[in-house]
Design a protein around this ligand. Structure first.
Ligand code: COA
Length: 430
């Protein structure tokens, strides 16, 4: 602990400073208003640490991402999304027995209450799947509320949410294409069961390729947490009022839905399709992305935090190569993506601005290879991010004296003036 001196109008104030376990330095301004009468102004909160957290560490300059201290690269060899989910939520790697117990809970909880299945009929067939998923997570609160106030049931609660969101996602997809819902198969593991519910038919069992299952595990792991991003902050803000886990995570889905957050991988696919359909060459697209008079950006490039190659993009690129080699297929969109990356990484515009591929650049191509349609990309992101939201919600819930989030504002509206009756009001002149 140190101190920082703030001088306002010639008067000095001492503010405590502290350092995180990886050297991140912070000034504690929690008593700033009380001591000085001033508040800080930080739109987008880019300079504000809203919490102390021991879950995920990112070094954007060095291209580092670690979950509970473990570099994400170390999850690549035998990717197991559920093991990583447990690690994030409970703070350490599970023992074999703990993982088996958690997996059993997931299996037991995969089916939805039959009454919930009927809810899907109430949505229009062409409803955006993220709207359906957020609504159905909120609906889960109606069925599982008896677990909300019992901390000893937290693992069961988390398992229910992680397991059921997968069934919800698959049913949302089936509803959107007018095909019958497929019940979960207790013999299948987490990702294989999702693929089964999405792609099997009552008369035609989808056979899950173990390499595709591994690829899906990996994509989910790479999306599992990313510290205080927009949707995670939404989960924490809602959770700070002591709202239950399901209500808080439904808010996370809504935040993730936005094109500036979870929707970027769809825009990458649209860009690649556009180039593929022949309107533009990769060279021409790069020129347009550099042209300040055009609104075009190289989608899937650049990141607010990473000023280096996003480590998740590197792993997804390698996974794309593995999956396409296994499937003995080529995807012209992957060739275009590789070409765009090659051109950008040797172009001074992108080099000077430290613009590298981010997680969205290759994730869509991988989803496509797995057979996931574009409309479901953001839903897949939500399934992957759920353990992170749960871990962050729990960390906040377990914190002694956690405060409700209630920021301040700098009011810039009208100062006091009187109410005017209708007959004396005049329309503003155009
Ligand atoms: C992700 C993103 C919003 C980060 O934004 P940021 O950190 O605020 O960076 P800025 O928007 O300030 O950009 C810095 C500079 O790089 C340029 N730039 C950033 N991303 C670019 C891109 N993808 N293509 C072309 N130029 C880009 C900006 O025009 C700006 O140039 P300038 O300094 O000449 O004005 C931005 O890189 C982007 O829009 N990327 C494409 C969308 C995307 O992939 N989103 C998913 C993120 S995971």
């Amino acid at each position: 602990m140190g101190t920082a001196t703030l001088i306002i109008d010639g008067k000095s104030y001492e503010l405590p400073t502290f350092v995180g376990s990886e050297g991140e330095r912070a000034i504690d301004i929690s008593k700033l208003r009380e001591k000085t009468g001033y508040i800080t102004y930080d739109p987008g909160l880019g300079n504000t640490g809203m919490c102390k957290s021991a879950i995920t560490y990112i070094d954007g300059d060095a291209g580092i991402l670690r979950y509970r201290g473990i570099p994400i690269e170390q999850f690549a060899e035998h990717p197991n999304f559920i093991e990583v989910a447990w690690l994030l939520i409970f703070g350490r790697l599970p023992t074999k027995d703990e993982l088996a117990r958690f997996s059993e809970r997931l299996t037991q909880n995969a089916p939805l209450h039959e009454a919930m299945r009927h809810h899907f009929e109430g949505f229009p067939v062409n409803a955006p799947p993220m709207a359906v998923v957020s609504a159905m997570i909120s609906t889960l609160s109606c069925f599982h509320y008896h677990l909300f106030n019992d901390d000893s049931q937290f693992e069961e609660l988390a398992a229910r949410l992680i397991s059921k969101v997968r069934t919800i996602a698959a049913y949302a997809y089936k509803r959107s294409i007018g095909r019958p819902y497929i019940y979960p198969d207790p013999r299948l593991r987490y990702c294989a069961n999702l693929l089964h519910m999405m792609f099997s038919m009552p008369y035609d069992q989808y056979i899950v390729d173990p390499d595709i299952e591994d690829a899906l595990n990996l994509v989910f792991i790479l999306h599992a947490d990313h510290e205080q991003n927009c949707s995670t902050t939404a989960v924490r803000v809602v959770g700070s009022s002591r709202a239950n886990l399901f209500a808080s995570c439904a808010a996370g889905v809504c935040a993730l839905w936005g094109p500036l957050h979870g929707g970027a991988n769809v825009e990458v696919m649209e860009m690649l399709e556009k180039i593929h359909q022949g309107g533009l060459t990769p060279e021409k697209y790069i020129e347009l992305a550099k042209d300040k008079s055009s609104p075009v950006r190289l989608m899937g490039f650049g990141h607010r935090v990473y000023k280096n190659y996003d480590p998740r993009a590197k792993m997804l690129k390698a996974a794309c190569d593995r999956v396409f080699a296994k499937l003995k297929r080529r995807d012209p969109l992957l060739d275009i993506a590789r070409k765009l990356e090659e051109l950008a990484l040797k172009d001074s515009y992108f080099i000077e601005r430290k613009l590298y591929p981010n997680v969205d650049f290759y994730s869509g191509i991988l989803f496509r290879a797995i057979g996931i349609p574009t409309e479901m990309f953001t839903v897949m992101f939500a399934i992957g991010r759920l353990p992170g939201w749960i871990a962050q919600w729990k960390e906040q819930h377990d914190e002694a004296n956690a405060k409700i989030v209630r920021p301040r504002q700098i009011y810039t509206g009208e100062t006091q003036h009187d109410y005017v009756p209708f007959e004396q009001r005049r329309a503003p002149s155009a």
